[in-house]
Design a protein around this ligand. Structure first.
Ligand code: HEC
Ligand code: HEC
Ligand code: HEC
Ligand code: HEC
Length: 355
């Protein structure tokens, strides 16, 4: 073969390989031997899971309440004054490290509400608290902070918006969002609106159920190929977001059976519900608050998907319990966690004394 041709072919095969993820992987067995239940995951050390240090040593939760000092507070009034200042310093580092306090405040009047970023932050603080208190079915006692999504950026880099109305594009009238590669469907020809179908929330929460429960077509078996493609697209999104393959959650013998699935599938199920609540309950209602440069082609604000927090890891930030350092963002859970840790230490102490 001529060297030039060989080099050309090598170039083409490299280009083809470019579509594969290069990050190092590790695999381990998740089911009985011979069942083929192996999980292939991105090596934890290969993803960005840096947790920023607190702005300074976390202060106490006692003392006067912030609400007594600043009557304008709507969400953080119940935390101690010291905790309040500490929390402001932390969210500045997480969301607007370069712009500082002025990203959300008018420096001449901190209590003023002129900046839209302050209005958005109020809802974001309330949302973060709700996630930590009411969604332990998903976030466990690990919890989340603004950093879990923001990572030092005012706009989290991983988000989605509604795709341009496909029905009005081109000579093919409704192509079901297909052949319009977007990262959410792994740049495949699968429908690009699958994320919207399952993660938008609201009037018609969609569950991804497509496997037939009857052998022949019946009233209980009406799922179309179109829905199957949507399900496949959202499953690919989930797998990519977590950096895992399908058998991390499913037993390939039956994708439907919950009994044969791994417990992670249940966590994922609550995750789907939680993301719908984030988008429908918090972000969509802020549509009028966000300026146009913070919206997609259809005029909707940037919304959350599984990647926003997970970033290619089965647990965001490698499962670091970062939120524990910020009791203002996880008030009830923090005290429960402290009580648990105290009880464990007491047990260890008495256990050690008994020996
Ligand atoms: C990402 C947005 C954001 C940043 C950055 C930020 N804050 Fe705030 N700040 C808020 C929000 C939201 C409130 C209102 C909270 C509430 O209603 O409970 C607030 C309230 C306050 C208040 C009480 C005044 C009032 O009534 O609103 C003070 C004082 C304050 N912040 C100080 C600071 C300081 C100092 C910094 C910089 C170290 C800072 N903030 C950075 C969002 C921010
Ligand atoms: C579950 C993920 C998530 C968490 C947790 C989260 N945010 Fe956000 N936040 C978003 C998304 C997505 C946007 C982008 C919305 C848009 O621009 O349309 C956003 C936008 C913002 C903005 C507007 C920035 C701009 O320049 O327009 C501010 C300010 C903000 N968040 C503050 C916070 C604060 C403070 C916290 C923690 C108390 C927080 N966020 C927690 C997802 C999150
Ligand atoms: C992180 C866990 C997780 C991963 C990884 C995952 N799934 Fe799923 N899968 C789920 C959950 C949860 C449901 C149920 C969703 C619902 O009920 O709304 C589901 C549902 C399904 C269904 C529908 C089952 C039914 O009852 O009709 C199919 C088919 C499916 N997944 C295939 C896949 C394929 C193929 C992959 C790999 C590309 C994959 N899944 C990866 C969690 C996962
Ligand atoms: C607001 C941030 C956030 C979003 C968005 C999010 N997750 Fe999670 N997820 C977490 C946290 C935090 C944990 C770790 C919980 C723990 O340590 O018990 C987690 C854990 C999981 C686990 C368990 C992994 C394991 O190995 O134990 C699965 C599965 C999962 N998430 C799936 C999803 C899916 C699917 C989506 C999208 C529908 C999603 N998550 C969206 C924060 C998030």
């Amino acid at each position: 073969m001529k060297p030039v041709l060989a080099a050309g072919l090598a170039g083409i095969s490299l280009l083809a390989l470019g579509a594969c993820e290069l990050a190092p992987k590790e695999s381990y067995q998740t089911g009985y031997r011979g069942t083929g239940m192996n999980s292939v995951m991105v090596k934890a050390s290969a993803v960005d899971d840096e947790v920023p240090a607190p702005p300074y040593d976390p202060p106490g939760t006692a003392g006067p309440r912030a609400g007594d000092l600043y009557p304008g507070l709507e969400v953080l009034g119940d935390v101690s004054e010291e905790q309040f200042n500490y929390t402001m310093a932390a969210i500045t580092a997480w969301v607007a490290p370069e712009e500082g306090c002025a990203y959300c405040h008018d420096p001449a009047d901190m209590a003023s509400n002129v900046k839209y970023t302050k209005a958005v932050s109020r809802r974001m603080i309330a949302m973060t608290r709700e996630l930590n208190q009411d969604w332990t079915s998903h976030v466990g006692n690990t919890g989340v902070t603004c950093w879990t999504c923001h990572r030092g950026e005012a706009v989290p880099t991983e988000h989605w918006t509604l795709p341009e109305d496909a029905a009005h594009k081109g000579i093919v009238r409704n192509k079901n969002g297909q052949n319009d590669p977007v990262s959410n469907s792994a740049y495949s020809s699968l429908p690009n609106a699958a994320v919207a179908r399952y993660l938008l929330g609201g009037t018609s929460p969609q569950s991804a159920r497509v496997v037939s429960t009857t052998p022949f077509p019946s009233a209980a078996n009406t799922t179309s190929t179109m829905e199957t493609e949507q399900t496949y697209a959202i499953m690919i999104h989930i797998s990519q977001a977590l950096g895992v393959n399908c058998t991390y959650c499913h037993n390939a013998q039956s994708f439907q059976s919950w009994e044969n699935s791994n417990p992670f599938r249940e966590t994922a199920y609550f995750g789907l519900d939680m993301v719908r609540q984030i988008n429908f309950g918090y972000i969509t209602p802020l549509a009028d608050v966000f300026p146009d440069n913070r919206k997609g082609v259809m005029g909707d604000p940037f919304k959350v998907n599984c990647t926003t927090c997970h970033r290619g890891q089965n647990k965001p930030l490698g499962g670091a319990k970062m939120a524990w350092d910020y009791p203002a963002l996880m008030p009830t859970m923090f005290s429960a966690a402290v009580r648990q840790a105290d009880a464990r230490m007491a047990r260890e102490r008495t256990g050690a004394a008994a020996e």
